[in-house]
Design a protein around this ligand. Structure first.
Ligand code: HXC
Length: 260
Protein backbone atom coordinates (compact mmCIF):
# COMPACT_ATOMS: atom_id res chain seq x y z
CA UNK A 1 0.00 0.00 0.00
CA UNK A 2 1.71 3.21 -1.04
CA UNK A 3 0.70 6.83 -0.60
CA UNK A 4 1.29 9.29 -3.47
CA UNK A 5 4.85 9.22 -4.72
CA UNK A 6 7.54 11.22 -3.00
CA UNK A 7 9.81 11.49 -6.01
CA UNK A 8 9.41 12.80 -9.56
CA UNK A 9 11.37 10.99 -12.26
CA UNK A 10 12.26 12.45 -15.67
CA UNK A 11 14.14 9.70 -17.52
CA UNK A 12 15.33 12.09 -20.29
CA UNK A 13 15.61 15.59 -18.88
CA UNK A 14 18.45 16.06 -21.39
CA UNK A 15 19.87 13.51 -23.85
CA UNK A 16 21.13 10.53 -21.82
CA UNK A 17 20.49 12.36 -18.53
CA UNK A 18 17.80 11.38 -16.02
CA UNK A 19 16.58 13.61 -13.23
CA UNK A 20 15.06 12.37 -9.98
CA UNK A 21 13.52 15.07 -7.84
CA UNK A 22 12.83 14.40 -4.14
CA UNK A 23 9.35 15.75 -3.59
CA UNK A 24 8.15 16.15 -0.01
CA UNK A 25 8.45 19.92 0.03
CA UNK A 26 6.39 20.59 3.18
CA UNK A 27 8.73 18.34 5.18
CA UNK A 28 11.86 19.74 3.52
CA UNK A 29 12.19 16.41 1.68
CA UNK A 30 12.73 14.47 4.91
CA UNK A 31 13.72 10.98 3.83
CA UNK A 32 11.02 8.63 5.05
CA UNK A 33 11.15 4.92 4.28
CA UNK A 34 8.79 5.16 1.34
CA UNK A 35 10.75 7.96 -0.31
CA UNK A 36 13.98 5.97 0.02
CA UNK A 37 12.34 2.86 -1.41
CA UNK A 38 10.97 4.85 -4.35
CA UNK A 39 14.41 6.35 -4.89
CA UNK A 40 16.04 2.92 -4.79
CA UNK A 41 13.53 1.47 -7.27
CA UNK A 42 13.86 4.42 -9.66
CA UNK A 43 17.64 4.26 -9.55
CA UNK A 44 17.67 0.53 -10.25
CA UNK A 45 15.37 1.04 -13.23
CA UNK A 46 17.42 3.93 -14.63
CA UNK A 47 20.63 1.96 -14.10
CA UNK A 48 19.26 -0.64 -16.52
CA UNK A 49 17.92 1.85 -19.08
CA UNK A 50 20.33 2.08 -22.06
CA UNK A 51 19.05 5.58 -22.85
CA UNK A 52 20.35 6.86 -19.50
CA UNK A 53 24.02 7.47 -18.86
CA UNK A 54 24.03 9.87 -15.91
CA UNK A 55 21.50 10.35 -13.11
CA UNK A 56 20.94 13.66 -11.33
CA UNK A 57 19.30 13.62 -7.91
CA UNK A 58 17.90 16.93 -6.70
CA UNK A 59 15.36 18.48 -4.39
CA UNK A 60 13.97 21.99 -4.54
CA UNK A 61 15.49 25.42 -3.91
CA UNK A 62 14.80 25.30 -0.17
CA UNK A 63 15.91 21.75 0.53
CA UNK A 64 17.77 18.90 -1.02
CA UNK A 65 16.77 16.86 2.06
CA UNK A 66 16.68 17.80 5.75
CA UNK A 67 17.56 14.29 6.87
CA UNK A 68 15.83 11.07 7.79
CA UNK A 69 12.23 11.56 8.87
CA UNK A 70 12.47 12.27 12.60
CA UNK A 71 8.71 11.79 13.11
CA UNK A 72 8.95 8.30 11.62
CA UNK A 73 11.93 7.37 13.84
CA UNK A 74 11.08 8.96 17.19
CA UNK A 75 9.25 6.02 18.77
CA UNK A 76 11.26 3.16 17.33
CA UNK A 77 13.23 0.65 19.37
CA UNK A 78 16.59 -0.81 18.42
CA UNK A 79 14.82 -4.02 17.37
CA UNK A 80 12.42 -1.98 15.19
CA UNK A 81 15.45 -0.38 13.56
CA UNK A 82 17.05 -3.80 13.10
CA UNK A 83 13.90 -5.27 11.56
CA UNK A 84 13.17 -2.29 9.30
CA UNK A 85 16.84 -2.26 8.29
CA UNK A 86 16.51 0.99 6.39
CA UNK A 87 20.15 0.97 5.38
CA UNK A 88 19.59 -2.03 3.11
CA UNK A 89 18.04 0.52 0.72
CA UNK A 90 21.20 2.60 0.90
CA UNK A 91 23.31 -0.47 0.15
CA UNK A 92 21.40 -0.92 -3.12
CA UNK A 93 21.93 2.73 -4.06
CA UNK A 94 25.64 2.36 -3.34
CA UNK A 95 25.77 -0.33 -6.04
CA UNK A 96 24.30 1.82 -8.83
CA UNK A 97 26.87 1.67 -11.62
CA UNK A 98 26.03 4.85 -13.51
CA UNK A 99 27.33 8.14 -12.18
CA UNK A 100 25.06 9.98 -9.77
CA UNK A 101 25.26 13.74 -9.41
CA UNK A 102 23.55 15.53 -6.52
CA UNK A 103 22.08 18.96 -7.26
CA UNK A 104 21.88 20.59 -3.84
CA UNK A 105 20.11 23.80 -2.93
CA UNK A 106 19.15 24.75 0.63
CA UNK A 107 19.40 22.11 3.33
CA UNK A 108 21.40 18.91 2.90
CA UNK A 109 21.36 17.69 6.48
CA UNK A 110 21.83 14.36 8.23
CA UNK A 111 20.66 11.65 5.82
CA UNK A 112 20.32 14.41 3.21
CA UNK A 113 24.02 15.23 3.42
CA UNK A 114 24.76 11.51 3.44
CA UNK A 115 22.65 10.98 0.32
CA UNK A 116 24.51 13.80 -1.44
CA UNK A 117 27.80 12.19 -0.41
CA UNK A 118 26.62 8.83 -1.71
CA UNK A 119 26.45 10.51 -5.11
CA UNK A 120 29.63 10.72 -7.16
CA UNK A 121 29.67 14.49 -7.55
CA UNK A 122 27.84 17.40 -5.92
CA UNK A 123 26.82 20.69 -7.51
CA UNK A 124 25.48 23.24 -5.02
CA UNK A 125 23.56 26.46 -5.20
CA UNK A 126 24.91 29.44 -3.29
CA UNK A 127 22.26 28.82 -0.61
CA UNK A 128 23.24 25.22 0.09
CA UNK A 129 23.91 24.24 3.69
CA UNK A 130 25.53 20.95 4.54
CA UNK A 131 25.45 19.43 8.00
CA UNK A 132 25.29 16.36 10.19
CA UNK A 133 23.08 17.65 13.00
CA UNK A 134 22.10 14.22 14.39
CA UNK A 135 24.09 14.96 17.56
CA UNK A 136 21.49 17.62 18.43
CA UNK A 137 18.72 15.02 18.52
CA UNK A 138 20.63 12.54 20.65
CA UNK A 139 22.04 10.29 17.97
CA UNK A 140 24.81 10.34 15.39
CA UNK A 141 25.13 9.89 11.61
CA UNK A 142 24.22 6.40 10.45
CA UNK A 143 24.49 6.38 6.64
CA UNK A 144 28.07 7.38 6.04
CA UNK A 145 28.25 10.76 7.77
CA UNK A 146 31.19 9.79 9.95
CA UNK A 147 32.97 7.96 7.12
CA UNK A 148 32.35 9.65 3.75
CA UNK A 149 32.42 13.14 5.28
CA UNK A 150 35.73 12.43 7.01
CA UNK A 151 37.24 11.09 3.81
CA UNK A 152 36.01 14.13 1.89
CA UNK A 153 36.86 17.00 4.24
CA UNK A 154 39.36 15.50 6.68
CA UNK A 155 39.20 14.82 10.39
CA UNK A 156 39.19 18.36 11.78
CA UNK A 157 36.12 19.66 9.97
CA UNK A 158 34.28 16.31 10.01
CA UNK A 159 34.76 15.98 13.75
CA UNK A 160 33.51 19.53 14.30
CA UNK A 161 30.45 19.04 12.10
CA UNK A 162 29.55 15.67 13.61
CA UNK A 163 30.16 16.66 17.24
CA UNK A 164 28.56 20.11 17.15
CA UNK A 165 26.05 19.79 14.32
CA UNK A 166 27.33 23.00 12.72
CA UNK A 167 26.16 23.57 9.16
CA UNK A 168 28.68 24.65 6.54
CA UNK A 169 27.95 26.92 3.60
CA UNK A 170 28.40 26.01 -0.05
CA UNK A 171 31.59 28.08 -0.09
CA UNK A 172 33.05 26.26 2.90
CA UNK A 173 32.00 22.92 1.40
CA UNK A 174 33.79 23.82 -1.84
CA UNK A 175 36.97 24.88 -0.04
CA UNK A 176 36.90 21.69 2.04
CA UNK A 177 36.55 19.45 -1.02
CA UNK A 178 33.04 18.20 -0.29
CA UNK A 179 31.48 19.53 -3.48
CA UNK A 180 32.47 20.09 -7.09
CA UNK A 181 31.06 23.50 -7.93
CA UNK A 182 28.71 26.30 -6.89
CA UNK A 183 26.21 28.18 -9.03
CA UNK A 184 23.64 30.89 -8.33
CA UNK A 185 20.38 29.41 -7.11
CA UNK A 186 18.56 30.08 -10.39
CA UNK A 187 21.32 28.29 -12.33
CA UNK A 188 22.50 25.42 -10.14
CA UNK A 189 20.29 22.82 -11.81
CA UNK A 190 21.38 23.92 -15.30
CA UNK A 191 24.98 23.78 -14.10
CA UNK A 192 24.38 20.23 -12.84
CA UNK A 193 22.94 19.20 -16.21
CA UNK A 194 25.98 20.78 -17.90
CA UNK A 195 28.33 18.69 -15.77
CA UNK A 196 26.15 15.62 -16.39
CA UNK A 197 26.32 16.25 -20.15
CA UNK A 198 30.12 16.34 -20.03
CA UNK A 199 30.04 12.85 -18.52
CA UNK A 200 27.18 11.59 -20.72
CA UNK A 201 29.14 12.20 -23.91
CA UNK A 202 31.93 9.81 -22.84
CA UNK A 203 31.85 6.05 -23.32
CA UNK A 204 29.29 4.75 -20.83
CA UNK A 205 31.33 1.60 -20.27
CA UNK A 206 34.50 3.51 -19.53
CA UNK A 207 32.55 5.86 -17.25
CA UNK A 208 31.07 3.01 -15.22
CA UNK A 209 34.42 1.27 -14.84
CA UNK A 210 36.15 4.53 -13.99
CA UNK A 211 33.53 5.27 -11.31
CA UNK A 212 33.96 1.79 -9.90
CA UNK A 213 37.72 2.23 -9.84
CA UNK A 214 37.67 5.63 -8.13
CA UNK A 215 35.32 4.27 -5.46
CA UNK A 216 37.66 1.33 -4.95
CA UNK A 217 40.23 3.82 -3.65
CA UNK A 218 38.13 4.16 -0.49
CA UNK A 219 37.89 0.45 0.17
CA UNK A 220 41.31 -0.95 -0.59
CA UNK A 221 45.02 -0.60 -0.15
CA UNK A 222 46.88 1.32 -2.87
CA UNK A 223 48.23 -1.93 -4.26
CA UNK A 224 44.78 -3.55 -4.49
CA UNK A 225 43.30 -0.37 -5.96
CA UNK A 226 46.01 -0.15 -8.62
CA UNK A 227 45.46 -3.80 -9.50
CA UNK A 228 41.71 -3.24 -9.81
CA UNK A 229 42.27 -0.15 -11.97
CA UNK A 230 44.65 -1.98 -14.27
CA UNK A 231 42.21 -4.87 -14.83
CA UNK A 232 39.44 -2.44 -15.73
CA UNK A 233 41.78 -0.59 -18.08
CA UNK A 234 42.68 -3.83 -19.88
CA UNK A 235 39.02 -4.91 -19.96
CA UNK A 236 38.00 -1.76 -21.82
CA UNK A 237 40.10 -2.93 -24.77
CA UNK A 238 37.36 -5.46 -25.46
CA UNK A 239 34.86 -2.64 -26.10
CA UNK A 240 33.89 -1.02 -29.41
CA UNK A 241 34.11 2.31 -27.62
CA UNK A 242 37.85 1.92 -27.05
CA UNK A 243 38.40 1.37 -30.81
CA UNK A 244 36.03 4.22 -31.65
CA UNK A 245 37.59 6.64 -29.15
CA UNK A 246 41.16 6.01 -30.26
CA UNK A 247 40.34 5.92 -33.99
CA UNK A 248 38.39 9.17 -33.69
CA UNK A 249 41.41 10.79 -32.09
CA UNK A 250 43.69 9.61 -34.91
CA UNK A 251 41.16 10.63 -37.57
CA UNK A 252 40.70 14.04 -35.89
CA UNK A 253 36.95 13.70 -35.42
CA UNK A 254 34.52 13.51 -32.52
CA UNK A 255 33.95 9.96 -31.23
CA UNK A 256 30.49 8.42 -31.25
CA UNK A 257 30.24 6.11 -28.26
CA UNK A 258 27.63 3.38 -28.23
CA UNK A 259 28.30 1.70 -24.91
CA UNK A 260 29.34 -1.52 -26.63
C1 HXC B 1 10.86 15.21 9.78
C2 HXC B 1 11.21 17.42 9.27
C3 HXC B 1 12.60 17.21 9.20
C4 HXC B 1 13.08 15.88 9.45
C5 HXC B 1 12.21 19.27 8.78
N1 HXC B 1 11.02 18.72 9.00
N2 HXC B 1 13.19 18.38 8.90
N3 HXC B 1 10.35 16.42 9.55
N4 HXC B 1 12.17 14.93 9.74
N5 HXC B 1 14.37 15.58 9.38
C6 HXC B 1 9.69 19.35 8.96
C7 HXC B 1 9.46 20.19 10.20
O1 HXC B 1 9.00 19.39 11.26
C8 HXC B 1 8.41 21.14 9.72
O2 HXC B 1 7.16 20.47 9.69
C9 HXC B 1 8.79 21.37 8.25
O3 HXC B 1 9.64 20.28 7.90
C10 HXC B 1 9.58 22.66 8.08
O4 HXC B 1 10.64 22.66 9.00
P1 HXC B 1 10.94 23.88 10.01
O5 HXC B 1 11.77 23.32 11.11
O6 HXC B 1 9.68 24.57 10.36
O7 HXC B 1 11.82 24.83 9.05
P2 HXC B 1 12.96 25.83 9.47
O8 HXC B 1 12.62 26.60 10.72
O9 HXC B 1 13.29 26.57 8.21
O10 HXC B 1 14.22 24.89 9.88
C11 HXC B 1 14.80 24.07 8.87
C12 HXC B 1 15.76 23.05 9.52
C13 HXC B 1 14.98 22.25 10.62
C14 HXC B 1 16.96 23.73 10.13
C15 HXC B 1 16.22 22.11 8.41
O11 HXC B 1 13.74 21.75 10.06
C16 HXC B 1 15.74 21.09 11.16
O12 HXC B 1 16.62 21.25 12.01
N6 HXC B 1 15.38 19.87 10.75
C17 HXC B 1 15.93 18.65 11.26
C18 HXC B 1 17.31 18.42 10.70
C19 HXC B 1 17.92 17.16 11.26
O13 HXC B 1 18.10 17.01 12.51
N7 HXC B 1 18.27 16.21 10.39
C20 HXC B 1 18.84 14.94 10.79
C21 HXC B 1 17.77 13.89 10.98
S1 HXC B 1 18.40 12.37 11.58
P3 HXC B 1 5.86 21.12 10.40
O14 HXC B 1 4.80 20.08 10.21
O15 HXC B 1 6.23 21.40 11.80
O16 HXC B 1 5.64 22.38 9.58
C22 HXC B 1 19.11 11.67 10.25
C23 HXC B 1 19.71 10.32 10.47
C24 HXC B 1 20.27 9.78 9.21
O17 HXC B 1 19.10 12.19 9.18
C25 HXC B 1 20.22 8.31 9.15
C26 HXC B 1 20.31 7.81 7.74
C27 HXC B 1 19.07 7.78 6.96
Amino acid sequence: MTAPGFIIVQPQVRPFIAHIRLNRPKELNALNLQLMQELRDALKQLDEDPQVRVIVIGGNEKAFAAGADIRQMVGLSAMDMYNIDQFATWDVIKKIKKPLIAAVSGFALGGGCELAMLCDMIVASETAKFGQPEIKIGVMPGAGGTQRLTRAVGKALAMEMVLTGRFISAQEALSAGLINRIAPVELYLEETFRLAAEVAKQSPLAVKMAKESVLRAFDSTLEEGLHFERKNFYLLFSSDDQKEGMNAFIEKREPVFTGK
